[in-house]
Design a binder for this molecule. Sequence first.
Ligand code: URA
Length: 229
Amino acid sequence: MRLDKFICKSTELTRTEAKSLLKSGKVRVNGEISKSAAMQVHENNEITVEGQNLTARQSRYIMLHKPLDTICSNVDEGYPSLFHLIDVDKAFDMHVAGRLDADTTGLVLITDDGRWSHNIISPKKQCEKVYRVWLRDNVKPDSAEKFKIGVQLQGEKSLTLPAKLQVVSEKEVLLTITEGKYHQVKRMFAAIGNKVVGLHREQIGGVKLAELSLGEWRYLTEEEVSEFC
Ligand code: URA
């Protein structure tokens, strides 16, 4: 990880404070003064500030039941950020692994481990996400086949990857996708002439939204964390 991030993870300093500490020349990596915030360091490097050894805090992995009218960015914009709901130290230093729209509810995974979230977000990893979708119009008999083949989203070069559609009732379905394009589920239904009127994420990989009320969160179990290692 970057040296400035390592300093944040092992002290109470913010990223800006870590950078000015580095500029002051008080940080040494394996005995050598380092002023480079971007320098890549590992747990087994000896990193000191004025002779004191730094040890990085363990990474954190959280699931949250996202309520309506909150946003997944860690900056408030239009709606409040959902990071206000998590009462842990330095919550705003964490990030969401796979964002949801302000009007979508459900499972979000939050961490400060970029490598772990990459395994969830990267299109190459093809991690499955399951959405419960409520539709304006009745689902058509050929919708599942269309999603299996892939549909053309406006402004995209290629078809969507094969997705699974399971009909729950005339206007309610479960959709499993392995991509995370902007507004993907809403755009997929728009592409087949329907409209999403409600959207809720139930599952990411093998991790299901636990019995958490809207706005509640908990740490993931070791087993849940290992799902994306
Ligand atoms: N697809 C959408 O359209 N919105 C979301 O929030 C998630 C997936």
